[in-house]
Write a protein that binds this ligand. Structure first.
Ligand code: ADP
Ligand code: ZN
Length: 752
């Protein structure tokens, strides 16, 4: 790296601090320095891992500390990746060092720790040591040395014969064949009969699976039209973003596959993002059957080590396709030709803590930086995406029909008003019974876990709430406890009211657990199962429930939104939405959009096989357009209504949003800090004459979480640049005591 005369370098440090830092590079390290390598630097009383950004010059002379060490042989990121990281740091108003740390595989940094040791005179002292740093895995390989007379006996001889026959073997494979054989191997090497070499290996979770091969399918006219526009764009080599709109089963994935093939033939690579829950072996298998090239898979089930290995494979150019969930957007893939974001409307593309980025949005940014084609695919695109397509900012590709012309399910809305206390209205009970008699499977959807939603006392009106969070506790019958869904606080079910000792306590509302029990009571012979966060805990829990449904050992499956997403259940002929109201009534401007997407998705689970399906939707709001349009399979109708609402009240795409959440352990301190922040925002706004609306401060919809009182300020700007200007000035001007926390969320998705 070119350094300035005094060898001053710029280093980003992964701490919630603004700006980058300067250090002196000692002569002995100058030859190794390069952009993208990690360095060990002193910081305050600690040693920290930082990232080398480049040479720096300083106007004034200041005392600088020295870089202690350079930790990498090869840089971890390139100059163009740094450009992307800087963009993210500026856009999401987040320190660059933390952005870089998030983009790189977890667990690779060295951190200072302290341990208590005894000094020579016996007094305890604190000693600093460094821990962490993900290591490359190596393995020992053995091979027979020909023409050596020395011959061991017993197991050693058998091993040697094996080595002579098959050639080099890893220690692990020898262990599998011969059991523990370390002493024998050691002896063989000592005798000179075998030699050992140690080499780097990858931890590969998909190694053993074989996927077979399949060929591209002849495209139908809709697919062919979409494909020809995408492939022309790939060949042009310019940034081109598309929205691929098509119901599940309309052949979107086939369009992705063939487009990726075009990119690969042009010597480029492809990045495929899917929601975590859709990242299944089936999906990966479809790619592996189609392509012979290296495919890297990044999902949350990988250990840090496995993830690090996949990352290194990609960095070294050993994978041409990367498939992964949200964070795979940061895969160090070069020459990216296509980026696919499947199910682009999914809220899970937004990271809800730390750097609050949105992979769907960043896919467009990366696409632009890499001059790539970006395909956003969905059956229910975001209203903002559809708006962008209508305005020509996204190329619009439409797959209007399913590949196999399946009849749309027959859908009925059931008005639940005036039926207090009934979980199922009579037509739904009847339909379940009928479906059961005909041997069909039923899905029942309810967006609430647990048994009852809350416990209330009829004598004093006391409601059981979490002491840390301002929410009611949910009763879980299986556990016999009331649980907070935000912080996991739990108490045993009381037999009397904790406030007045009265015995008239009742459970109100119902969750999946209670619905399951009621179904079982109504249909004693049915095989009933449940799928929610409680029943799918642990590795493979999710797959277990899905398998039971697939092999026909379940008649009725009750579940939360988990059952709505992307699975294909050919045996399901009835879908019941037990309640569509919980998501409709969330205090969030996207609640209609979410409800429309969710109900559409749940409906899509019916009749995927040969038999036509039936859908029943129970609701207290049967006239709401989100429901009437979902039930009528009318995306455009929904869009027209929703865009009108957004324009009227000034929400995206007509404005850009940022939210500030300020929290503290005392209610008073939170309020004061929030007011202070709002005052500063208003001052900056008037000084810079910015057209940004400042709403609040108000207590957050979730006014208390994990013991912290929360206040919110919402910023709405017509021009994104003005909103950002306000945030920049605010960040540099706002100081608060360390007991107060402030989180800036640009383009918030959850506003609770
Ligand atoms: P989506 O991604 O929109 O859900 P898929 O690409 O998975 O759709 O297609 C749905 C099903 O139809 C898959 O089983 C796929 O193999 C099949 N399929 C897709 N395109 C074609 C085609 N052109 N001809 C025949 N079958 C197709
Ligand atoms: Zn809680």
């Amino acid at each position: 790296m070119q350094t300035s005369p005094h060898h001053i370098v710029e280093v980003a440090i992964p701490l919630p601090l603004e700006g980058s830092f300067h250090y002196l590079l000692p002569e002995r390290l100058a030859g190794q320095a390069a952009l993208g390598k990690r360095v060990l630097v002193p910081f305050g009383k600690r040693k920290l891992t930082g990232y080398l950004l480049g040479p720096a010059t300083l106007a004034e002379t200041v005392e600088l500390k020295e870089v202690l060490d350079i930790l990498d042989e090869e840089p971890l990121f390139t100059a163009s990746e740094l450009e992307f990281y800087r963009w993210i740091a500026n856009y999401y108003i987040h320190p660059l060092g933390e952005v870089i740390k998030m983009a790189l595989p977890a667990g690779i940094n060295l951190v200072s720790r302290y341990r208590c040791e005894k000094a020579e005179d016996g007094t305890p002292v604190l000693r600093e040591y460094l821990s962490g740093g993900r290591h490359v895995r190596t393995e020992k390989f053995y091979a027979a040395v020909p023409e050596v007379d020395a011959r061991p006996r017993g197991k050693g001889a058998a091993i040697l014969d094996h080595l002579a026959e098959v050639g080099e073997c890893s220690a692990a494979s020898l262990r599998e064949l011969f059991g523990d054989c370390a002493p024998q191997l050691h002896r063989l090497v000592e005798l000179g009969a075998a030699r050992m070499s140690e080499r780097e290996v990858y931890r590969d979770p998909f190694r053993a699976e074989s996927f077979g091969h399949d060929a591209p399918l002849p495209l139908n006219p809709g697919q062919a039209e979409a494909f020809s526009r995408v492939s022309a764009a790939i060949e042009s080599g310019a940034f081109s973003p598309f929205l691929l709109h098509g119901v599940t089963g309309s052949g979107k994935t086939e369009v992705y596959l063939q487009s990726i093939a075009v990119a690969l033939r042009a010597g480029k690579t492809a990045l495929v993002l899917v929601p975590e829950i859709a990242l299944t072996p089936q999906l990966v298998g479809r790619f592996k059957r189609r392509f012979d090239c290296g495919i890297a898979v990044l999902h949350s089930g990988l250990s840090d080590g496995e993830r690090f290995d996949e990352w290194r494979r990609i960095r070294r150019g050993e994978a041409q396709i990367v498939i992964g969930a949200r964070s795979a957007l940061f895969a160090p893939l070069e020459r990216v030709g296509v980026i696919v974001v499947d199910e682009e409307h999914e809220g899970s593309y937004k990271q809800s803590e730390g750097v609050r980025y949105n992979s769907r949005d960043l896919a467009l940014v990366r696409g632009k930086l890499n001059s790539a084609v970006v395909i956003l695919g969905s059956a229910t695109p975001l209203v903002t995406s559809f708006y962008a397509a209508k305005n020509g900012r996204l190329g619009y590709l439409h797959l209007a029909t399913r590949v196999r012309e399946l009849p749309m399910p027959d859908t009925v809305m059931l008005d639940a008003r005036g039926h207090k206390g009934e979980t199922f209205l009579p037509p739904l009970v009847e339909a379940i019974g009928e479906n059961l008699a005909n041997g069909g499977q039923t899905l029942l959807f309810l967006n609430r876990r647990g048994f009852a939603t809350y416990l209330v006392c009829h004598d004093c009106g006391h409601v059981l709430r979490c002491p840390n969070c301002e929410v009611t506790l949910t009763y879980h019958r299986g556990k016999g406890r009331h649980v907070c869904h935000y912080c996991d606080y739990m108490i045993p079910a009381p037999s009397v009211c904790p406030a007045c000792q009265g015995s008239e306590i009742t459970m109100l509302g119902r969750g999946t657990e209670r619905v399951e029990e009621e179904v079982q009571e109504l249909f004693a012979k049915a095989r009933v199962s449940r799928m929610d966060r409680d029943t799918t805990k642990g590795k493979g829990g999710h797959a277990r429930v899905l398998k039971a449904l697939a092999d026909g050992s379940v008649d009725i499956l009750i579940g939360t939104q988990m059952i709505a997403k992307g699975h294909d259940f050919p045996g399901v002929t009835l879908v019941g939405v037990v309640s569509a109201d919980a998501s409709l009534n969330l205090p969030d401007f996207r609640s209609s959009e979410r409800t429309f997407q969710l109900v559409t998705q749940v409906m899509g689970r019916a009749g995927r096989g040969d038999k036509p399906g039936k859908v029943l939707v129970q609701t207290l709001a049967p006239e709401h357009y989100a429901l009437t349009c979902a039930v009528g399979h009318d995306f455009e109708g929904f869009y027209e209504k929703e865009i009108e609402f957004r324009e009227e009240v000034g929400y995206p795409p007509f404005t850009h949003l940022a939210s500030l959440t300020i929290s503290a352990l005392s209610a008073r301190q939170a309020e004061q800090a929030a007011e202070e922040a709002a005052r500063l925002l208003r001052r900056i706004k008037s000084e810079c004459r910015l057209r940004v609306e400042i709403l609040g401060p108000v207590t957050a919809p979730l006014g208390k979480v994990r013991g912290r009182f929360r206040w919110q300020i919402l910023l709405k700007g017509k021009e994104r640049s003005e909103l950002h200007k306000l945030l920049f000035h605010f960040r540099s001007g706002y100081s608060h005591p360390s007991t107060v926390r402030m989180v800036v969320d640009v383009d918030p998705v959850e506003m609770l």
